[in-house]
Write a protein that binds this ligand. Structure first.
Ligand SMILES: Cc1ncc(COP(=O)(O)O)c(C=O)c1O
Length: 393
């Protein structure tokens, strides 16, 4: 390869570094949990999406081991060849009954939420259709919309009136409204009932990405149960690598939607099925989610303790009722500096920068887990106050 091509990459990477946007991977050496061994250091971490503390739960780990003994380490093929095991079939039935977005709903497993969103939007929409997405939606809903070749409009965050004006203005054969249920970098909950109402009045599908609500909201059943919503035009996507603590995702919807995905969704058809041992781990995890009111109550207590302890910090704490508790600092360099100052005190809170969040809203994304203790949250708050004092000195 000519060196001009490599020089171009080197310059772009250097620019990214000087703009404070370089991303660096850390290496974790321990079991998931609040106390992590990272790059050889013990840290108190507020950085995962393991909201219920299930990634390290003994029952889940044992189920993975039993699953590996029964099925082997991998699925060996895609679902439509021989990769679809009895474990996958059982988990799909259990998830459909648990989330139940409409009468008779089915569920379909995917190996990641990213792929599930690509699948939904590319199967339901094409060139003659229109997709409307909240401006703060996760990148994979945006990518799915772009890949579908439908027209794609982003409406202002949570603004149902603006959405409705756009839906009325755009001619399309089929319309789809797509939204995160819990916004991943803000922690707020979408106005799902109002969105469902708009979707039903305009004969549109409502695609709900509940990556951060499944397991946490609605007694674990997710954002639909939290909002008391159900209906045949709802396409629900829940991920299984966050509160469920393992990996993968599922779509739950009317059987005709699920059959359409099986027949046409390229991110479903052209990829190896998830290892059945992770699926068995997820079946154990789903049982813990269903019986997880004590974990969710503990989490609610920690969220309240953090919000009280963060009072008086010089940064804006967003109005989030979920375990995602963002402190907005503004520019990327400040967010990185504060995150590093916390790290120096043994506390890991990631700095989130553009393009993941809009320019000027770089933040610390504090995420809480039922596995944290009240003392962990107190330690975080005192580290934050100490760093804030250092910054103002
Ligand atoms: C809102 C949202 N949707 C989808 C995803 C993708 O899920 P997965 O990590 O399973 O690919 C994520 C996070 O990764 C997310 O935050």
């Amino acid at each position: 390869m000519g060196s001009a091509a490599l020089d171009g990459l080197a310059q772009a990477l250097a620019r990214r570094r000087s703009d404070g946007l370089e991303r660096v991977r850390r290496t974790t050496e321990s079991v998931q949990g609040p106390r992590l061994s990272v790059d050889g250091r013990e840290l108190l971490a507020f950085a995962s999406n393991d909201y219920l503390g299930l990634a390290g739960a003994t029952e889940v780990i044992e189920a993975a081991r039993d699953g590996a003994r029964r099925y082997g380490a991998g699925a060996g093929a895609s679902h439509l060849v021989t990769g679809h095991t009895a474990a996958h079939a059982a988990l799909e039935a259990e998830l459909a009954a648990f989330v139940r977005p409409c009468d008779g709903a089915r569920a379909l497993l995917f190996s990641s939420g990213y792929l599930a969103n690509l699948a939904i939007l590319t199967s339901l929409a094409g060139r003659t259709d229109a997709i409307f997405g909240d401006r703060l939606n996760h990148a994979c809903l945006n990518d799915g919309a772009l890949l579908s070749r439908a027209s794609f409009e982003r409406y202002p965050h949570g603004d149902v009136a603006a959405l409705e004006l756009r839906i009325e203005a755009v001619p399309a054969r089929r319309r789809i409204v797509a939204t995160d249920a819990v916004f991943s970098m803000d922690g707020d909950v979408a106005p799902l009932a109002a969105l469902a109402d708009v979707a039903s009045r305009h004969d549109a599908w409502l695609v709900i990405d509940d990556a951060h609500g499944f397991g946490v909201l609605g007694n674990g059943r997710g954002s639909l149960a939290h909002c008391g919503l159900a209906g045949e035009r709802i396409v629900y996507m829940g991920t299984l690598g966050k509160a469920a603590g393992v990996a993968g995702a599922f779509v739950a919807a009317h059987p005709l939607v699920i059959e359409t995905l099986i027949q046409t969704a390229r991110p479903y058809i052209y990829t190896t099925a998830s290892p059945p041992m992770t699926v068995e781990a997820l079946r154990a995890s789903l049982a813990l989610i269903a019986a997880g009111d004590a974990r969710r109550a503990r989490l609610a207590g920690l969220i309240a303790a953090f919000r009280a302890g963060a009072a008086g910090l010089p940064w804006k704490l967003l109005a989030s009722p979920t375990p995602i508790q963002p402190l907005v600092l503004g520019d990327a360099a400040t967010a990185v500096a504060v995150s590093e100052a916390l790290l120096a005190r043994g506390v890991l809170v990631p700095a989130i920068r553009p393009p993941t969040v809009p320019a000027g809203t770089a933040r610390l994304r504090v995420s809480l887990s039922a596995a944290h203790t009240v003392a962990d949250v107190a330690e975080l708050c005192s580290a934050l106050h100490a760093v804030a004092r250092e910054c103002s000195a």
